[in-house]
Design a protein around this ligand. Structure first.
Ligand SMILES: *[C@@H]1O[C@H](CO)[C@@H](O)[C@H](O)[C@H]1NC(C)=O
Ligand SMILES: *[C@@H]1O[C@H](CO)[C@@H](O)[C@H](O)[C@H]1NC(C)=O
Length: 207
């Protein structure tokens, strides 16, 4: 039996949505700046049922050629509207164990502004940055773990962390349960537990 009490919001599509508003200048000491640009509106179209999920992939399963990181994406041609829409379509795994695919359409897609960001167009993104003060920190002491909103941080049995966004929904990274082709075997019986303080012995509490 699949333990799908914690329906996961798969945000596979968000990685494909490239926000071009950020314009990096490929010269040291030149500042980064934001250009004003309207983004297309994403509209949901058809939702169709999919075959049942096999949960066959291992976390370590490589899918050669599938992954295109920042360096690789720089060399890709800009996508037209149809290609963007295909990439942004997403799967939903429902609580009852069924799966569906939702097609999306983009309203106000501007092909001209996409073309401005072709490799020859001067658009580069050299590395990921945190803009402004970096307020990130590891939640590892008892004060933060037990206090709102940090108390909503959870650990998944696949090894990832996530955040409870409702009593039954955990927001986590897509790669924690899916390798881009199929759901990971570990995601079939997903357990959600509390974060542990580092010094304590490992013991996961089933929630
Ligand atoms: C499972 O749940 C989804 C979403 O609530 C629903 O559309 C679908 O008809 C359900 N399927 C079955 C077999 O109950
Ligand atoms: C599309 O983008 C180009 C370049 O960014 C801009 O000049 C043009 O006004 C935009 N067209 C529309 C309809 O928004």
């Amino acid at each position: 039996m699949m333990d799908l009490q914690h329906t996961l919001c798969l945000l596979l599509c968000t990685t494909a949505l490239t926000v071009y508003g950020l314009h990096g200048v490929n010269v040291i000491n030149k500042p980064y700046f934001w250009t004003e640009q309207s983004l297309p509106v994403l509209l949901e179209a058809n939702t169709t049922p999919l075959n049942s999920i096999s949960f066959t992939k291992q976390k370590s399963d490589e899918e050669p050629g599938d992954f295109c990181g920042i360096e690789c994406q720089r060399n890709l041609l800009p996508l037209d509207q149809t290609q963007q829409e295909r990439l942004l379509g997403y799967e939903t795994l429902h609580e009852n164990g069924t799966c569906s695919h939702t097609d999306v359409t983009l309203r106000d897609f501007n092909q001209t502004s996409e073309l401005e960001h072709t490799p020859g167009g001067g658009h580069t993104r050299r590395k990921r940055h945190v803009y402004g003060a970096d307020g990130r920190f590891v939640i590892s002491d008892s004060y933060f773990i037990t206090n709102y909103p940090f108390s909503t941080a959870v650990r998944l049995s696949t090894g990832c962390s996530g955040v409870l966004i409702s009593p039954k929904h955990v927001l986590t990274a897509a790669h924690c349960i899916h390798n881009g082709r199929d759901y990971l075997e570990d995601a079939k019986k997903l357990k959600v537990g509390v974060l542990q303080i580092k010094t304590k012995k490992k013991k996961k509490k089933r929630s």
